[in-house]
Design a protein around this ligand. Structure first.
Ligand code: ZN
Length: 221
């Protein structure tokens, strides 16, 4: 089976598992830790397109190593969560997907939006809600389109990410590093899209992103 066809099957297959992925988002919120599941596929399956998800693996606040597939099987992709609600794949996420030659990578997170609602009986006082949107985003990765320039942008961004983590631990400011990191990743994302290395999974087509609003708590009246 061609890699492109298998990636299309993977995109379809993953959208059918939204309930399980939302559970991963909830578990992430309760624990504050990254969660990951790996998509495995038997190597010698004549009818390729048979996929399953490993049980979740729980990492730390900003890092998780996805589970392995059994040795006789292929790891075709991963799903992981971001407890702090970051909606983009990090430099580390891309580097690890490249290292494992993943065909698809998915990110699941919950991001906060503030919403107000005007009560008819007390028109001057709005009710303010925290609205969380559960978001799932998947990307097809075409390793044939990956070039040296993209890899070096990721490597530079990843060095900056390490500096940021070190400075945060030491309680030092890291605004400049954050700015450079965003610049490098912006350049990488543009290049990755233009070259065809990254193509969004387009099933429930919202630019490859699925979102569902959920009201978690009422902040104030
Ligand atoms: Zn990540």
């Amino acid at each position: 089976m061609s890699s492109v066809l298998e990636q299309e099957l993977l995109c379809d297959w993953i959208w059918g598992r939204i309930c399980g992925i939302e559970e991963l988002i909830l578990d992430t919120q309760y624990s504050g830790k990254e969660h990951a599941r790996t998509i495995c596929s038997p190597v010698e399956d004549p009818d390729a397109g048979t996929f399953y998800l490993t049980p979740p693996c729980v990492g730390e606040k900003c890092h998780v190593t996805p589970p392995r597939c059994p040795t006789e099987e292929r790891a075709v992709g991963t799903i992981h969560t971001h407890p702090q609600g970051h909606v983009e794949f990090s430099s580390g996420d891309y580097l690890s997907s490249i290292k494992n030659r993943e065909k698809i990578q998915c990110l699941a997170t919950s991001r906060k939006h503030i919403a107000t609602s005007w009560n008819a009986s007390s028109s001057r006082v709005p009710t303010i809600f925290d609205i969380y949107k559960n978001m799932i985003k998947c990307e097809k990765l075409n390793m044939d389109m990956l070039d040296k320039n993209l890899v070096s942008l990721l490597a530079e961004a990843n060095e900056l990410a390490k500096d940021i983590a070190d400075k945060a631990l030491e309680g030092k400011p890291y605004d400049a590093e954050t700015k450079y990191y965003r610049e490098k990743m912006g350049e990488f994302r543009k290049g990755a899209k233009d070259s065809g290395f990254v193509i969004g999974c387009a099933v429930p087509e919202f630019m490859g992103v699925w979102e569902r609003p959920t009201i978690r708590k009422e902040v104030k009246e």
